[in-house]
Design a protein around this ligand. Structure first.
Ligand SMILES: Cc1cc2nc3c(=O)[nH]c(=O)nc-3n(C[C@H](O)[C@H](O)[C@H](O)COP(=O)(O)O)c2cc1C
Length: 287
């Protein structure tokens, strides 16, 4: 039997649910990407490696920076069967293709890649009905992924269908429309000045996006934000969080805050996490 390891990164639990379900079905080890990032190079005796992560900023970075750094640490992977699942709110575009290029640069290749649509956690009000949708077809989708991986199928990557493509185009027009803009969080808004002033790339801007993060008077100093931050980007100073500017922008601190007291990412954020994920799932394992 193949030895399988499934590595995941997740801010609000969507990707964790997928990774966890797949690990259970494939009798694989579930490993948090951030728990192995202190290693200089990452090697494994597993035959099958799965990578599960959310899509960020389609068309710019696509893959969370920490996941990119993880891939660049993978070593001795030329004989491994590597598959990936990206979760996304609207579409996955070229994300899996870009990941394949990165894995190729490490001497391996992405044998198959899948996209799973989930609630869009970066919007002010995530579309909770997507969770229902996911639950309705989850078994079928997971059966499909499991089947492909177990056959070691070189299946290529899921691509957005024509309706998703159309939707993404309409969405981008709407997000740039003067009157409709207030209904969306514009992730670039808080950083536009930064990028203009300093001429930074998106990769350089993302870690600094926390400069606009702050708490309001409802913050109780409960440290939930500190505990869910997988990249140790938060320190408590005078019982309040202070962000350390190596942010992944996963929104975990904002979305898991029990008081909804953290602001700075677009307009007033509402809390969101996948309903099957508890805070304790997010805080462990962690180094
Ligand atoms: C900073 C950020 C940027 C995002 N950008 C996109 C995007 O460009 N396209 C998309 O479909 N979803 C985007 N999303 C939504 C997430 O990919 C989606 O909700 C994902 O399932 C979240 O996974 P998680 O709960 O495991 O963190 C973005 C989310 C965040 C936090």
């Amino acid at each position: 039997m193949n030895k399988t390891e499934i590595y995941y990164f997740s801010g609000t639990g969507n990707s964790l649910v997928v990774a966890r379900d797949l690990a259970k079905r494939m009798e694989g080890n579930l490993i948090s990407i951030t728990s192995v990032m202190d290693k200089k190079r990452i090697t494994t005796d597993a035959d099958v490696i799965g990578i599960v992560f959310p899509v960020y900023y389609l068309g710019t970075v696509n893959i969370p920076l920490v996941v990119q750094r993880f891939v660049m640490k993978l070593d001795e992977i030329s004989t491994k069967y590597i598959f990936a699942v990206c979760t996304y709110g609207g579409g996955s575009g070229s994300t899996l293709k870009i990941l394949d290029e990165m894995i190729k640069a490490r001497g391996g290749h992405l044998a198959s890649g899948f996209g799973v649509q989930m609630p869009q956690n970066a919007f002010r009000k995530p579309f909770e009905n997507k969770t229902k949708l996911y639950n309705n077809w989850k078994e079928k989708k997971l059966d499909f992924i499991q089947g492909r991986v177990q056959e070691k199928n070189e299946g290529g990557f899921d691509r957005d269908g024509p309706f998703i493509k159309l939707f993404l185009n309409i969405l981008s027009v709407m997000m740039n429309n003067h009157y409709l803009k207030p209904f969306f969080i514009n992730p670039m808004k808080s950083t536009a000045k930064l990028s203009k002033d300093a001429d930074l790339t998106m990769d350089e801007i993302i870690p600094l996006m926390d400069r606009s993060y702050h708490t309001d008077e409802h913050c109780t100093g409960c440290q939930t934000c500190l505990n869910v931050c997988k990249v140790h980007n938060i320190e408590m100073v005078d019982n309040k969080p202070e962000w350390q500017h190596h942010c992944e922008n996963c929104l975990a601190c904002i979305k898991w805050c029990p008081q909804q007291a953290i602001h700075g990412y677009g307009e007033l954020p509402k809390s969101y996490h996948h309903p099957e994920v508890k805070i304790s799932d997010m805080t462990t394992p962690k180094k």
